[in-house]
Ligand binder design. Structure first.
Ligand SMILES: Cc1cc2nc3c(=O)[nH]c(=O)nc-3n(C[C@H](O)[C@H](O)[C@H](O)COP(=O)(O)OP(=O)(O)OC[C@H]3O[C@@H](n4cnc5c(N)ncnc54)[C@H](O)[C@@H]3O)c2cc1C
Ligand SMILES: NC(=O)c1ccc[n+]([C@@H]2O[C@H](COP(=O)([O-])OP(=O)(O)OC[C@H]3O[C@@H](n4cnc5c(N)ncnc54)[C@H](O)[C@@H]3O)[C@@H](O)[C@H]2O)c1
Length: 451
């Protein structure tokens, strides 16, 4: 049995950040992970998927050259993508660098699946460790596998197999048109895979503005992706070669591979939450504004249910570290939560959608503008699809939400995230200067069209 100041269970992006910073602050820290230190983001999530997207977007841009600046013959090749993911992104799915980074700060690392064993106690591989000051849960989540007849037992892909693949399949069915579904559908389509997306809601990216869904739908259509929205899969079969997915209207979709991307969930059942009086059947570990989940117990990242993003996990980690070290600081504030879906065009969004603002009872005005009608969009030419949508709380005269679906839409959204977070008065946004001819200048046009 070890006694330390702090124990971090789950060393994903959130846990690793907490553990490293507490160790740097001079605390004795034990970090435990059953998988790889760094978690989903660097090995099967953000980083390798964005490498795939970079390659796919270069292919698309090369094809756009015709009619703008010349002609190139494009031959997509998955081999360099797979090689970069192995050598540059994941070290062949080896976390030695990350483990060394943590132990280099003075932390102790144990590999294993851990569970709470009562207040201040954590058990891993039959050994119980005690924390004098803090236990932090950063156990993330796992892909949700829906209970569709026939699905279990087939060789379906989750994000992990999609990221690890050494070749682009000839055809791919993507179940779920959320962030993972649309990003990876577009990647594989650009490498020559015949892709079909099946989304249960009535539009792709249903959590975002409908105008953004339309832009993404159109862009995926341009990549020859077949999309079925508003339909549920009711049966899956695999004949050894090919998947057949049967939809609730009896239609079927076939493909060499099936990617299940219908969301991720926290796995709380085996965490021993009941030993500290928390509900193991809940959807998330609930935390207060300083990430406290109980007496000397904190949680950060996906497991808290505040948005499954790396930047949320790291932001929460900073809040938790301050609380554990008794340092002053504001509680977590999600008003200006930014998110970017890295399709081409990207969907950058911050704060509330129009529907969320109205549901919250706000008096709302919205302004939209189409990117192709902006000077920069028009100059850009092929690939310029997009929209800016702003949501203003008219009672407070501030922006409470914004969406930029556009080339580099995530970057343009950054300006609007500052406006939402800083509660910049609408009148100030109306009267400031916007550089010509930038994409972000389209914001000014959307501001002129508020109603
Ligand atoms: C394909 C894909 C693309 C993504 N792209 C983006 C993106 O572009 N931008 C973005 O912001 N987010 C993105 N995300 C989301 C992002 O990866 C997650 O929000 C982030 O990884 C959450 O970090 P976390 O620390 O909460 O959990 P995780 O990264 O899931 O880490 C949790 C860790 O806990 C360990 N663990 C779990 N249970 C136990 C246990 N009982 N004992 C010991 N260890 C345990 C696991 O092994 C894991 O290492 C993407 C996700 C996916 C799947
Ligand atoms: N760029 C990014 O930041 C990024 C990229 C990828 C993933 N992520 C994170 O990872 C998490 C998981 O991604 P995801 O795409 O799996 O989840 P998601 O929640 O974003 O999307 C899941 C989609 O599947 C649909 N769906 C649910 N059940 C279905 C069914 N039975 N059949 C068909 N469709 C169904 C939902 O309506 C939804 O549109 C996301 O919450 C996101 O925060 C972020």
């Amino acid at each position: 049995m070890t006694e330390v100041d702090a124990i971090v269970v789950g060393m994903g992006v959130g846990g690793e950040e907490v553990a490293g910073r507490l160790a740097e602050a001079g605390l004795e820290v034990l970090g435990i992970d059953g998988g790889l230190v760094g978690g989903e983001c660097p090995y099967w999530g953000c980083i390798p998927s964005k490498m795939m997207i970079r390659a796919a977007n270069l292919i698309a841009d090369a094809r756009r050259l015709e009619g703008i600046g010349g002609f190139v013959q494009v031959t997509p090749d998955w081999a360099p993508v797979a090689r970069r993911i192995r050598t540059e992104a994941t070290d062949g799915w080896d976390d030695k660098v990350a483990v060394d980074r943590f132990t280099g700060k003075g932390g102790t690392f144990v590999r294993g699946r851990a569970r709470l064993a009562g207040p201040g106690k954590v058990e891993v591989d039959g050994e119980v460790h005690t924390a004098r000051r803090a236990i932090v849960l950063g156990t993330g989540g796992a892909p949700t596998i829906p209970p569709i007849e026939g699905l279990a037992g087939t060789p379906y892909w989750t994000n992990r197999e999609a990221i690890e693949t050494e070749s682009a399949p000839s055809s791919l069915i993507v179940l779920g048109g959320g962030a993972i579904g649309v990003e990876l559908a577009q990647v594989f389509a650009r490498f020559g895979t015949k892709v079909s997306v099946v989304e249960a809601a009535d539009r792709l990216l249903p959590a975002e503005e409908p105008e953004a869904s339309e832009v993404v739908h159109e862009a995926l259509g341009e990549d020859d992706i077949a999309m079925v929205v508003g339909r549920k899969a009711v049966k899956v079969a695999h004949d050894g070669q090919e998947f057949t997915v049967t939809l609730d209207d009896g239609a079927t979709v076939r493909g060499e591979r099936l990617l299940v991307a219908v969301g991720r969930h926290a796995e709380l059942g085996d965490l021993g939450l009941d030993t500290v009086g928390l509900d193991p059947k809940g959807k998330a570990v609930s935390v207060d504004g300083h990430m406290r989940a109980g007496e000397n117990l904190w949680a950060v990242g996906d497991v808290t249910g505040h948005g499954q993003f790396t930047h949320v996990a790291m932001y929460q980690a900073a809040v938790a570290v301050r609380a554990i070290l008794d340092q002053p600081g504001p509680p977590a504030d999600y008003r200006a939560l930014p998110r970017v879906t890295f399709t081409d065009p990207e969907v950058g969004a911050v704060g509330l959608t129009e529907a969320q603002a109205r549901e919250a009872g706000l008096n709302v005005h919205v302004g939209t503008t189409q990117i192709p009608t902006s000077a920069r969009g028009w100059i850009y030419g092929d690939g310029n699809e997009g929209v800016v949508k702003l949501v203003v709380d008219t009672d407070r005269d501030i922006l409470v939400g914004a969406t930029v679906a556009a080339p580099a839409g995530g970057e343009t959204m950054g300006a609007l995230a500052v406006a939402v977070y800083g509660e910049v008065p609408f009148s100030s946004l109306r009267h400031m200067m916007y550089a010509y001819p930038t994409f972000y200048r389209a914001i000014e046009d959307a501001l002129k069209h508020m109603k």
